[in-house]
Design a binder for this molecule. Structure first.
Ligand code: UTP
Length: 227
């Protein structure tokens, strides 16, 4: 299978900062997935690094586009950390677009990229990459264990979906974004790309073991049906 993994920023670079053991744990699982014979591409988020730089730049008067550029830089720094841990399985280059990522994939290596352009997040990058390389599966590893009918951090009675259509996911995201300060589990552009490209997607908690289970086909997280 051709698989894209979207590794959320809060997963690789949590609030308490980076951790050698955790990055190595992810690297070990990615090596295992590669050894299973899959082609793998990884998109890394910005997490704490991105947030700190963006907040500081904003307070200094930067506009959104410039803040986004700082965020993109942060995602690429995080990608470089993972590249260091993955050693021979990748090359020491962070692809800046899908073409470069596919070139690395065609060398038999794992492309590890961050953001691309201002205006969206790495969720959209991972969906776009999955579409571009004709991936069979997109795994979105994030800080919740699936997609809920409402924000599980705010509502105790929120229900998790085992499966959801991309169309219904788009409706849920739209309802989330109407509340100030709420953030949805996947960004809207990513959901729209998943819908148009009909990409099979699984949203899982960002733990190495959970990612592995999703790839092995175990019932876990929420499956987003592209069709
Ligand atoms: P993330 O993809 O990590 O965003 O990129 P996020 O979803 O806000 O963060 P987490 O994953 O939940 O922690 C960090 C920031 O970098 C910019 C955006 O400002 C984004 O919020 N970015 C990233 C872009 O502008 N374009 C990209 O392609 C990627």
């Amino acid at each position: 299978m051709k698989i894209v993994i979207d590794l959320g920023g809060s997963i690789i670079m949590p609030k308490e900062g980076a951790n050698k053991e955790r990055i190595e744990e992810f690297a070990k699982v990615f090596r295992e997935i590669k050894n299973m014979g899959h082609d793998l591409a990884i998109v890394v988020g910005g997490g704490k690094t991105a947030r700190e730089y963006i907040e500081l730049a904003r307070s200094l008067g930067a506009n959104n586009g410039y803040c986004d550029m700082l965020g993109i830089m942060a995602t690429r720094i995080n990608a470089m950390l993972l590249i260091t841990a993955l050693k021979d399985l990748t090359i020491k280059k962070v692809p800046k677009d899908f073409e470069e990522a596919e070139e690395i994939l065609n060398l038999g290596k794992i492309p590890i990229m961050g953001g691309t352009h201002p205006g969206h997040t790495t969720d959209a990058v991972s969906a776009g990459l999955a579409e571009y390389i004709d991936a069979n599966l997109l795994i979105i590893a994030t800080n919740v264990d699936g997609i809920y009918d409402k924000d599980p951090k705010k509502f105790k009675d929120a229900k998790k979906f085992e499966r959801i259509s991309a169309k219904d996911l788009i409706n849920i995201i739209n309802s989330y974004s109407m509340e100030a300060g709420s953030s949805s589990v996947i960004d809207l552009l990513a959901a729209k790309i998943i819908e148009r490209a009909k990409i099979k997607t699984i949203v899982v908690k960002g733990e190495p073991k959970e990612i592995l289970k999703a790839i092995k086909g175990e019932k876990i997280g929420t499956i987003v049906e592209g069709e």
